[in-house]
Design a protein around this ligand. Structure first.
Ligand SMILES: NC(=O)c1ccc[n+]([C@@H]2O[C@H](COP(=O)([O-])OP(=O)(O)OC[C@H]3O[C@@H](n4cnc5c(N)ncnc54)[C@H](OP(=O)(O)O)[C@@H]3O)[C@@H](O)[C@H]2O)c1
Length: 295
């Protein structure tokens, strides 16, 4: 199978490129602002560019692992959030549908309001911030364009090796090394999920030409941020990365954190679509992250 990954320079997209290749598929990835070796430039706002890459590469499957993922940024600029998270993926989905190409749109458990987690695939979405609203609209518009055939993996709290080193595992690693104070919400829960696992699971779903929502979450759906940070600290410690003496964690309830966008508090997911997906051991996933990060 030939897989085209839009957002190949991002956290999830880069892992999908690796996993696709490891499973023996042909993969092509794109970047927008951050060039990576082997990736081709593409802005999803450029419809002619989308047609050109689809007709030039002739993929069997397109994975949209892109969009605007900064939750508080989206709150300030809803127009951009809806353009990049809903309108652009829907355009791409239409172009894929016209060509008989399988389409995947990455979504999030933030489409739920976080009052009734753990969420299963057919739970009722009720997004409470601009990012979440744009993602829920993206899901619906993509599925409409694909006449129900689009695959909609939902993910949350994703970590793993990443060229831009921005995910939570790096935030903890940096704070550990530099002796900073990490201020974390005490009451926001979700599944820490290894990008390498999401990528392997996705390849299986693509091979089966699956469709509809799939909850791709790690093994601890009720994990709070401080609990996740402590798991990371002990995994880094097991690799000989110890904490600077000034490092500390401060926890606050979300109501006192003054984040711009509202957050769903219990946003953890479980899946009712048993495919027996196995998660990588947490310490092993952190060992892979450290090994694949050049500092
Ligand atoms: N990470 C999480 O915890 C999480 C949780 C829930 C849902 N998701 C969803 O999963 C998807 C991937 O997330 P991620 O964390 O891997 O994101 P990421 O690391 O921020 O990467 C985003 C990727 O999309 C590309 N991109 C952004 N806007 C684009 C545009 N207009 N046209 C073409 N490419 C564009 C970026 O390219 P450049 O970097 O080269 O500019 C980058 O490759 C997103 O749809 C996100 O909503 C992620």
């Amino acid at each position: 199978m030939k897989i085209l990954v839009i957002g190949g320079s991002g956290l999830i997209g880069s892992h999908i490129l690796k996993a696709g290749q490891a499973a023996g598929h042909e993969v092509v990835g794109t970047y927008r602002k951050f060039p990576q070796p082997g990736l081709v430039p593409l802005d999803a706002a450029d419809e002619a560019g989308l047609e050109k890459i689809l007709d030039g590469q002739k993929p069997d499957a397109v994975v949209h692992a892109a969009g605007w993922t900064w939750v508080d940024g989206c709150e300030d600029d809803p127009k951009r959030a809806f353009a990049e998270n809903a309108e652009q993926p829907a355009n791409l989905a239409r172009l894929c549908q016209q060509r008989g190409v399988h389409f995947t749109y990455f979504s999030t458990s933030y489409i739920f309001d976080g009052t009734a987690g753990l969420y299963v695939e057919d739970a009722q979405p009720n997004p409470i911030n601009v990012y979440s609203k744009s993602k829920w609209e993206g899901e619906q518009r993509v599925q409409e364009e694909c006449e129900g055939a689009a695959l909609l993996p939902r993910v949350i709290c994703v970590y793993g090796a990443e060229a831009q080193k921005k995910n939570f595992a790096y935030q903890v690693w940096n704070a550990l090394r530099e002796g900073k104070t990490l201020t974390l919400p005490s009451d926001q829960c979700g599944n820490p999920t290894y990008a390498g696992d999401i990528a392997r699971w996705l390849i299986t779903l693509l091979e089966k030409r699956e469709r509809g929502p799939w909850h791709l979450g790690g093994p601890w759906p009720d994990c709070t941020r401080p609990e996740w940070a402590n798991k990371l600290i002990s995994a880094f410690g097991a690799l000989g990365i110890s904490a600077h003496p000034n490092f500390q964690i401060k926890t606050l309830p979300t109501t006192e954190l003054k984040q711009k966008a509202l957050r769903p508090l219990k946003a953890g997911m479980i899946s009712t679509k048993a495919l027996n997906f196995q998660s990588t051991d947490f310490n092993e996933s952190i060992r892979e992250l450290v090994q694949n990060s050049n500092f």
